[in-house]
Design a protein around this ligand. Structure first.
Ligand code: DUC
Ligand code: ZN
Ligand code: ZN
Ligand code: ZN
Length: 525
């Protein structure tokens, strides 16, 4: 027949439009959009009746950590999700594409970026992925030979067109000199540089001060990273990038201090892009005191870097940034560690208490009694499955952002920024038939989330007990129904690796400056 699958009675939402359309899908691609299909059009195709619900491009989560196990990574700990469990969680929350990280380390075997990518590819192949996936490369050293020889191969062979660098973490951070080296190498290969902007020296200094005063409970993680830590680093990265006119993207922006300097750079016409994440719209420093008492170790469940927003006024500022375009994309920063696990959030407490004293005592019980040590707790929280429902409930349903803005932030812009558009992030003839279909308005009365709802391999969610007003009813990947009415139908080998092209969001207008004295006029040669 004409189509394999049709979605009828949907309110189709794209980054620009909302309109009632039926969608015909053939061979995994969007084939036809029409006001209404006849029964002849439909033939014997599989039919999904959207019942008036919003139908959107499937979510693209461009910031997901899977299989990152090295002790030297993001504050230690063992990543709880692999490609199977992470992608399973993603698809049950409406996400159809993810970009995960392949990480160089300072261990000698990990010097080669190509070897690192091969290793992560093997991890993905070992379990398979429910959804399509791609890699960013994390660069933690500035070996000239590696940058020169390997970056072009990463682009050509693997379609990796984005790299991430860190301005904090002893084992990962680059100094300004090295940041310039990596940025210039990235620029020459049309690779977008993603920046973890926190001032590592400020964090180390503040951490030392806090520890010397015995202020080691999880709550103090936030005090070791006040907003100026992020604001200073973001400003410095912008200055460095502007010098050589390099497009940059700030990952996980968590405060208005950072958002404001980013906004100012964008106003000057620089190609500066930014991402924020659910934890910065839905958690605050107060949540680091949520359980039992401010010193309760269970608060380690909320530890991520940068920390949650200081307060609700910062959350409001970030919502304004979503609305006014400061933020290009909205990603989860899914960085999963188990709570009740000596390789997860318990790293801090085990170190704090000698093992003899803790022998045989369940970790969860210990956690209520001990304060742990925030500086040892792995930094990151799970959220790949809750990303879209949280923004839908608190952003779209409240009217803070339009449905079109939601699509732009969660699918279309990530696709354009990371070179996947219009194969992904669009509902156009020829695009992959990746769709998320919500419940019709009013059909799903709000419910309280518990971790049992979720499909990750993590034993908690930071959003436990939170009210959700909607949830994806169907997730479709390349024409296959993967998630329907709370049932997972997909398989862990349904996903494919995606080679990506360059950033499609442009280079800004600042590079039209004709001043021959400008650094970029001579330094690129
Ligand atoms: N950076 C991330 O991207 N995720 C979690 C922690 C971190 O530092
Ligand atoms: Zn980071
Ligand atoms: Zn991250
Ligand atoms: Zn407790």
């Amino acid at each position: 027949s004409k189509f394999d699958l049709v979605v009828v009675n949907g309110l189709v939402v794209t980054a620009s439009d909302i309109s009632s359309f039926d969608i015909g899908i053939k061979d995994g691609k969007i084939h036809t959009l029409a006001p209404s299909f006849s029964s002849e059009d439909i033939g014997d195709a599989q039919v999904i009746d959207a019942e008036g619900a919003m139908v959107m491009p499937g979510g693209i989560d461009a910031h997901v950590h899977l299989c990152q196990d090295q002790k030297t990574d993001i504050g230690g700990g063992k990543c709880a999700d692999n490609f199977e469990t992470g992608s399973r969680s993603a698809v049950c929350g409406g996400t159809t594409t993810m970009v995960t990280f392949a990480t160089q380390t300072r261990v000698e075997e990990d010097r080669s970026l190509l070897k690192v990518v091969e290793a992560y590819d093997a991890r993905a192949q070992a379990t398979g992925s429910y959804i399509d996936y791609a890699f960013h490369i994390i660069i933690v050293r500035d070996d000239k030979d590696v940058l020169e020889e390997e970056l072009p191969v990463l682009v050509e062979k693997w379609g990796i067109t984005s790299c991430k660098v860190f301005m904090t973490y002893e084992t990962m951070r680059l100094q300004d000199y090295q940041l310039l080296d990596v940025m210039l190498a990235a620029l020459k290969n049309s690779i977008t540089t993603m920046i973890h902007a926190e001032n590592g020296d400020m964090i180390e200094w503040l951490t030392q001060k806090l520890e010397s005063k015995g202020m080691m409970a999880p709550y103090f993680h936030a005090l070791s990273r006040p907003p100026s830590v992020e604001g200073e680093a973001a400003n410095r990265a912008i200055v460095l990038a502007e010098l050589i006119e390099n497009p940059i993207l700030f990952v996980h922006v968590g405060s208005s201090a950072s958002a404001n300097v980013i906004r100012a750079a964008q106003t000057r016409g620089l190609p500066v892009f930014a991402e924020t994440c659910p934890q910065y719209l839905n958690l605050t420093w107060e949540d680091l005191k949520r359980f039992h008492s401010p010193t309760c170790f269970e608060n380690s469940k909320m530890i991520c870097s940068p920390p949650p927003s200081p307060d609700s006024s910062d959350q409001d500022a970030l919502y304004i940034g979503l609305h006014n375009g400061t933020f290009t994309i909205f990603s989860s920063d899914h960085c999963p560690f188990k709570y009740d696990d000596p390789h997860g959030k318990m790293v801090g407490i085990l170190d704090h208490e000698p093992s003899a004293a803790t022998d045989g005592v369940p970790l969860t019980e210990l956690a209520h009694k001990k304060v742990g040590r925030f500086s040892l707790i792995p930094n990151g929280i799970p959220g790949v499955e809750t990303r879209l429902p949280l923004l839908f409930t608190r952003g779209v349903s409240t009217g803070r952002i339009t449905p079109q803005k939601f699509v732009e932030l969660t699918a279309t812009n990530p696709a354009k920024l990371y070179g996947l558009y219009p194969r992904k992030g669009a509902i156009l003839p020829g695009s992959d038939a990746d769709l998320v279909i919500w419940h019709p308005e009013g059909a799903l009365t709000s419910f309280k989330l518990t971790n049992e709802h979720l499909h990750h391999n993590v034993d908690y969610t930071p959003y436990e007990g939170m009210e959700f007003g909607n949830w994806p009813r169907y997730t479709i990947c390349r024409g296959k129904v993967m998630w329907a009415n709370d049932v997972l139908l997909g398989k862990p080998r349904d996903g494919q690796y995606l080679k990506r092209g360059p950033n499609q969001l442009g280079k800004g207008v600042a590079h039209f400056k004709k001043d021959p004295r400008r650094v970029a006029a001579w330094v690129h040669e």
